[in-house]
Design a protein around this ligand. Structure first.
Ligand SMILES: [Zn+2]
Length: 191
């Protein structure tokens, strides 16, 4: 593996993945953020803001380690599009195929969202994308797949955690505390 491409949403899991590879490897890191405009979840402004803040934090702590961050704009229509992990893998495969050498794509999956069914579906999707591109490393990297959300949260420095954004329904600067993503974080925080 020559590079790692981290799919960075600005949320807790992908932020942890980026920190994990900066901390534990010397491999050149690329990041990609999908500006995901969605008809039912208005979250892209906050996610992009969080991503930029997280990148600023990482560049201060690990200067020169992130080679480049890419962004792309996508419109996700809930009636026709698949899951956001599918989109993330598709864009990851596309970007990775254009980087020099073998690039592995890292996503922020944890024990809760990478259960047996989820992992199998994501693997099938990934295989079909990987087969489309020559020279792409087959497997995706999911360093958090055996960790609970609470363990991931515990491992993030507090000031970094505060920069992340998980909420799926707030369009203000405050996370709603009621949506699925907020409840998962809160529940695990209480544990
Ligand atoms: Zn929320």
């Amino acid at each position: 593996m020559d590079n790692i491409l981290v799919m960075l949403s600005g949320g807790i899991d992908s932020t942890w993945v980026l920190l994990y590879y900066l901390k534990n490897t010397e491999i050149p890191i690329y990041t990609h953020h999908i500006i995901l405009r969605c008809d039912v979840e208005r979250r892209f402004h906050q996610e992009t803001k969080a991503t930029n803040s997280v990148l600023e934090w990482m560049n201060k702590e690990y200067p020169g380690r992130i080679v480049k961050n890419y962004n792309s704009n996508w419109w996700m229509n809930s009636n026709v599009s698949g899951k956001d992990i599918d989109l993330s893998l598709f864009i990851g495969a596309t970007v990775a195929s254009r980087l020099p050498g073998d690039t592995a794509v890292a996503t922020g999956r944890n024990l809760e969202d990478d259960g047996i069914d989820g992992a199998a579906a994501a693997n099938k999707v990934w295989k079909s994308f990987a087969e489309t591109y020559d020279g792409l490393v087959w497997e995706t990297l999911k360093p958090g797949k055996d960790l609970h959300k609470s363990e991931i949260i515990d491992q993030l420095p507090e000031d970094l955690l505060e920069l992340t954004w998980s909420c799926r329904s707030s369009s203000t600067d405050t996370q709603c505390g009621k949506c699925h993503a907020c409840l998962l974080n809160k529940g695990e925080l209480i544990k």
